[in-house]
Design a protein around this ligand. Structure first.
Ligand code: BES
Ligand code: ZN
Ligand code: ZN
Length: 478
């Protein structure tokens, strides 16, 4: 993240200022004359939530939400106001901005505006020959009687983690194969303070990770299996929380080739891996007292010379045989090896994140992720609550035993596809076969990548999963 976030005791004269009004009448305290007051009043009546006034020596932004909401809906509303403010700051080419709230009880609204604002300023422009001439804000000062320094730093780390995840997703496959992903993770670990082990093809063979090797068979580039570890001395858990991220750096579908229209966005098929990476940077920088392990199986999925063919039977690292009837259902194959690997940690909980199925996109679109698992209701509820708080909402799909029938193979233990129905669930059922611990699966196929802009989430890689999981782990660390 290029924008610096700072705490300010008071606002500065002549510097661009945005004020969260406690009530619309408070506007008069910031206006220079009756004309300005009348203008603000009219704009607020028209439901403009951010009113801009050019006061010559400074730009002034007066903020008042048009609707009264409460709880997490209010928080999201303020994030979206942050997005409007970011647009205004961009148009005016502001290099700094003071964001002020006089609220006496808490700084929740202010923090939400700041979050939305910072997330909206993200840009991915390393491949542009000419840079966007509109300057991006360099520094944001937050000013409130109730500001908490720790929360401020956390916000900075979570936004940076989200932006790192976005960068990884936006990076084209030519610049981010499995080996380069491993390198990026190593560097991120060094900078933030967590360990990264990048296992290469020989080690992957020795571990008999037949799922990862099968998906990689049609590729020129070797696979990697990346093991992240964050283990602070003050960790409150002995057994780790394990995060697994699907790291398909490009999904052509393999020999079950995707139609070109569905292939264009498939550099985003490592959105789960990106979320794990972004989460680790945020958790490590904020020094949450939790022991976390991250597992990222990574490869591209291509139809090259040795590519597996529909009908091939492969073995996952625990010996389970799988008849691969569609090479485009590759995510579950590499995740199976990672879920088996997770067993050796005797984990407290495993959460996997994967851009796994088109069926999840069909069900929920971009508005939420599908969640499944074998944990008790309280734990699921805690994650859903984190989903509401971050507005990365989750909808639970059932993993009823009956769905497993769709995965019966004539010649192997399992086949890798179910029927036409309930595709997100049969994918979840496939993964379940490889777990013997508390486990939650998040299908983020609809939320990891956007083809048209959506407020502060922007366009292209969204960093989905980072804010959600940070919030979840923060609630556990309390
Ligand atoms: N990576 C895709 C899922 C996907 C679809 C992600 C759309 C993001 C947007 C996955 O590997 C895939 O191709 N799944 C198939 C499975 C099917 C062959 C059983 C699908 O969902 O069509
Ligand atoms: Zn696929
Ligand atoms: Zn895929």
């Amino acid at each position: 993240m290029s924008v610096k976030l700072k705490q300010a005791k008071e606002t500065k004269k002549n510097k661009p200022l945005a004020v969260l009004l406690q009530q619309p009448d408070d506007a008069s305290g910031y206006c220079r004359n009756q004309e300005e007051e009348a203008y603000v009043k009219r704009k607020l009546e028209e439901n403009a939530e951010v009113v801009s006034i050019n006061q010559y020596e400074r730009m002034l932004y007066l903020i008042a939400p048009a609707h009264s909401k409460s709880g997490h809906l209010k928080k999201e509303h303020f994030r979206k106001i942050g997005y409007k403010l970011a647009q205004a700051a961009r148009n005016e080419k502001l290099s700094s901005l003071y964001l002020y709230s006089s609220h006496k009880e808490d700084a929740t609204d202010l923090m939400a505006v700041a979050e939305g604002l910072l997330l909206s300023l993200y840009q991915f422009n390393q491949y542009k020959s000419t840079q966007d001439s509109r300057a991006v804000l360099e520094i944001l000062y937050l000013c409130s009687p109730k500001l908490d320094k720790v929360e401020l730093e956390e916000l900075e780390h979570v936004v940076a983690g989200t932006c790192y995840a976005r960068d990884l997703v936006n990076e084209p496959a030519i610049a981010l194969n499995a080996v380069l992903l491993g390198k990026s993770l190593k560097k991120a670990g060094k900078d933030a303070g967590f360990k990264v082990d990048v296992l290469g093809k020989d080690k992957i063979k020795a571990l008999k990770m037949g799922g990862l090797l099968a998906v990689n068979a049609g590729s020129v580039d070797p696979p990697t299996f990346n093991v992240l570890e964050y283990k602070p001395a003050n960790a409150i858990n002995k057994k780790p929380y394990v995060l697994v991220g699907k790291g398909v750096t490009y999904d052509t579908g393999g020999l079950s080739l995707k139609p070109s229209g569905s292939m264009t966005i498939m550099k985003s098929d490592m959105g789960g891996a990106a979320a794990v990476a972004g989460l680790f940077t945020a958790v490590a920088k904020s020094k949450l007292p939790l022991y976390l392990v991250g597992l990222i199986p990574a490869t591209d999925n291509r139809p090259g010379g040795n590519a597996i063919t529909p009908g091939d039977v492969i073995s996952i690292s625990d010996g389970t045989t799988v008849e691969v009837l569609n090479t485009d259902a590759e995510g579950r194959l590499i995740l199976a090896d990672a879920l088996v690997y997770a067993k050796k940690y005797k984990p407290e909980l495993v959460i996997d994140l994967a851009t796994l199925t088109g069926a999840a996109v069909m069900s929920l679109g971009k508005e939420g992720a599908a969640v499944m698992g074998n944990v008790d209701e309280a734990q699921m509820l805690a994650l859903k609550e984190a989903g509401n708080q971050t507005y990365e909402r989750l909808v639970e799909f059932p993993l009823w035993d009956e769905y497993r029938d769709q995965l019966k193979s004539d010649i192997a233990d399992l086949k890798n596809i179910g029927g036409r129905m309930a595709g997100a669930i049969t994918a979840g059922m496939f993964l379940k076969q490889f777990t013997d611990y508390p486990w939650i699966h998040l299908d983020i196929a609809g939320t990891a990548y956007l083809e048209s802009p959506d407020h502060y989430k922007g366009k292209n890689g969204t960093g989905a999963g980072v804010r959600l999981l940070y919030q979840f782990f923060k609630s556990l660390a309390k």
